[in-house]
Design a protein around this ligand. Structure first.
Ligand SMILES: Nc1ncnc2c1ncn2[C@@H]1O[C@H](COP(=O)(O)OP(=O)(O)OP(=O)(O)O)[C@@H](O)[C@H]1O
Length: 698
């Protein structure tokens, strides 16, 4: 009943009246609705009045820094995960926030524009969002209720926050106590269920990192009832001392062992839980190259797959290169290592003949450069031959690790059995046929540089979990040895297949997908690139030699072709044409493969784009413009977006795409984006989009 009234827009004149009516109307007695309970606390316990809003409370710099120092461990473990979450959500009108248990914002990730908009509300570092200060809100209510919450617009206690929607989850320390709230606050109230799942996953990653961070001198023990879940976010994780006593456990460990709280597991021995000892587990794990080994629950038939390892601190002392040791004296070494080596980005000209002038590509490159410099992995998607590897090399060359190696591995071209040793390397005598001296794997070769995993969709499932672990821990363990090595590399992966579909079909790990796709770059197929002419001319010089000349007719044919094989096919055609012309200008007779297509005209274009769709290509690049006025819009688009910054250019493309999808009906687009028409018009104006199309059905 309270819930119905709370959500009703008709039964009270204003938001504040509605809050008062729900709380005082006697609906609260049997309510277990988290928001109603929070309203009751605000009014009855904290004496807040929804009709008397307070000025936002914001902590001064000195006090904030003191707090940050006190919460240094959780902050260090959360920063990277928060940035990754922000990039995955890819919404400029939202912020990812972390508060301590007093509701003080310790860290916030958002666009500068959104930060400027919400700063006056107190949504910034130092802002105090406890329920006692800010009434019902995502962060404060999550802490008060010690559970995940979603506080949509009118769920807020104070009217001034009803433009925002917040979802938040608690983050626990290795003792199981709530130490922080992780929150996403945005203008949109859509997809909150989905968001809560992502937030919970991010909180689990932070909690797992906290265990590693706090118990570096303990043996980590990873386990799950299914072997493929070991080394993933779903694994049970224990920290065990030299005597086999359990010091800490993550939530999954408690759940799988059927225990309720940390108190039930702390100080128990491995033998109390499993039919094995720590020493036995360490030995068997080492001889299986750290693939999970079978063990059973003590006094029960439940079977688990587990791996035990030496403490990270001991392994560091043995394996870290001296530069890394001296650069990271703190306990958080594995996190500090990658930052300690950061070098300023090296600006290099792209390789000769490498053309990237399409504004979308330029914007994508700019974004990719920025994130890879901060250690975030980049996933390149695009049709075969669209230039993913060329893009990856170019990205590496302009990155802080450009002086390191660019190490590429094609997961589709290696036999499954070889990928593992190629990636992780092996020590002397690891298996029959291994080189006597052992071999450094590609991951170690990429240390200090960039690892490029091409056709990542073809990586076998078992290896996906090992790769995930390397990415989480930034350490690699070659086959046949127990010693792990700290590694610091930039990761770029690529696929022409639609990874979310493979995830849905259970053929690709979801957690690895999210790990790889820190930022997802969609490379447009050649037929959609606005720099096609520059590419043709640039590639003619590399493929045909400096003397190769194109006749106007040949250039027209090349421009009109639909290029199902993309840039690679263009290269072949130009090479063949230059050889056939033998120094004379290239004409129609030197392009026999294209002659048919010229007459086929638009049919060819359409067929090609359909082929792309059938092959499961993600439609994140704008579809080919429909004929007529909209076509003109796209040409204009390329021209005017040159004045925008890369993020705005990207935003503009997305908005154009939506406007086209909704046949330029601004009202429908505003509805789909869950913003007002005025806000949308302001955006359209800011992003220099000309709306010459009359609204249809508005
Ligand atoms: N921007 C570019 N400028 C010049 N040449 C390019 C460009 N992009 C791609 N090429 C050429 O096109 C060919 C294919 O490029 P690349 O191997 O990067 O494509 P890919 O998308 O990685 O292909 P696959 O999906 O088959 O791995 C290469 O020979 C490369 O030289």
């Amino acid at each position: 009943m309270a819930l119905t009234l709370r959500n009703s827009g008709r039964s009270a004149d204003s938001h504040a009246d509605r809050v008062l009516e729900v709380v005082r109307g006697g609906y609260q007695e049997h309510s277990d609705d988290v928001v109603t309970l929070s309203w009751i606390r605000c009014l009855n316990q904290y004496n807040l009045r929804p009709d008397k809003p307070r000025d936002p409370a914001v902590m001064g710099r000195v006090l904030l820094e003191e707090r940050r120092a006190r919460h240094a461990a959780v902050l260090e473990c959360a920063r990277y995960e928060m940035t990754t979450l922000y990039q995955q959500l890819a919404d400029t009108e939202m912020a990812v926030l972390l508060t301590d248990t007093d509701g003080v914002i310790l860290h916030m990730v958002s666009s500068p524009e959104f930060a400027a908009e919400v700063g006056p509300l107190g949504l910034r570092a130092g802002g105090v969002w406890s329920e006692t200060e800010a009434g019902t809100n995502g962060m404060g209510t999550c802490i008060a209720a010690a559970s995940p919450v979603c506080v949509r617009r009118e769920d807020h206690f104070y009217t001034q926050f009803t433009q925002l929607t917040c979802s938040a989850v608690p983050v626990c320390d290795p003792s199981g106590n709530v130490v922080a709230a992780l929150d996403v606050t945005s203008r949109s109230s859509l997809m909150q269920q989905h968001l809560l799942v992502l937030l919970a996953m991010t909180a689990r990653m932070i909690e797992n990192r906290l265990i590693d961070h706090q118990f570096r001198s303990a043996h980590p023990l990873h386990f799950h009832s299914r072997p493929e879940f070991v080394y993933t976010l779903h694994e049970g994780k224990l920290a065990v001392d030299d005597d086999g006593r359990i010091l800490a456990a993550n939530r999954s460990a408690l759940f799988q062992l059927g225990l309720e709280s940390m108190d039930e597991i702390r100080s128990r021995r491995i033998e109390d839980l499993f039919q094995t000892s720590l020493q036995d587990m360490l030995q068997r794990s080492a001889s299986s190259s750290f693939h999970p080994v079978v063990t059973y629950r003590t006094n029960a038939a439940s079977r688990f797959f587990a791996v035990a390892r030496r403490p990270a601190a001991a392994a560091d002392a043995l394996c870290l290169p001296s530069s890394a040791v001296s650069a990271s004296p703190s306990a958080g070494a594995s996190l500090a290592i990658s930052r300690s080596r950061a070098r300023p980005p090296v600006k290099r000209a792209p390789a000769i003949g490498c053309v990237f002038e399409d504004p979308r590509l330029v914007a994508q490159m700019e974004i990719a450069r920025r994130v890879i410099a901060r250690g975030t992995p980049v996933l390149l998607c695009g049709e075969t031959g669209s230039g993913k590897e060329v893009f990856a090399r170019s990205l590496h060359e302009g990155s802080p690790q450009a002086s390191g190696a660019f190490v590429a591995i094609n997961c589709a071209s290696l036999p499954e059995a070889l990928i593992e040793s190629e990636l992780f390397g092996y020590c002397a005598g690891a298996f029959t046929g291994a080189q006597r001296s052992g071999r450094r794997g590609k991951i170690q070769q990429a240390d200090g540089g960039t690892l490029f995993l091409d056709e990542i969709a073809d990586m076998p499932l078992e290896l996906q979990s090992r790769l995930l672990r390397v990415l989480d821990e930034r350490r690699v363990t070659p086959l046949g040895t127990e010693e792990s090595h700290a590694v610091d590399f930039q990761l770029i992966s690529a696929s022409h297949r639609h990874l979310p579909t493979l995830v849905r079909d259970g053929r690709f790990r979801e957690d690895l997908y999210y790990r790889l796709a820190g930022v997802e770059v969609q490379l447009p197929p050649l037929r959609e690139r606005s720099d096609k002419l520059e590419l043709i001319r640039g590639m003619l010089a590399t493929e045909g030699g400096p003397d190769a000349i194109l006749s106007a007719e040949a250039e027209r044919m090349l421009m009109a072709h639909s290029w199902p094989g993309n840039v690679r096919q263009l290269g072949h055609v130009l090479r063949t044409a230059a050889a056939l012309a033998d120094g004379a200008p290239i004409t129609r007779v030197h392009l026999p493969a294209l002659a048919v297509n010229l007459h086929a005209g638009h049919e060819g274009e359409h067929a090609a784009s359909m082929t792309g769709e059938r092959a499961g290509v993600v439609a994140a690049t704008p579809p080919c413009s429909p004929p007529g006025a909209l076509h003109g819009e796209h040409h204009d688009d390329a021209h005017s977006s040159a004045k925008l910054n890369p993020i705005q250019t990207n935003e503009r493309q997305l908005l154009l795409q939506m406007l086209e999808q909704h046949r330029w009906n601004v009202s429908n687009v505003a509805k789909a984006l869950d913003i007002s028409r005025n806000t949308l018009y302001r955006k359209i104006h800011k992003l220099q989009i000309e709306v010459s199309h009359p609204e249809q059905g508005a």
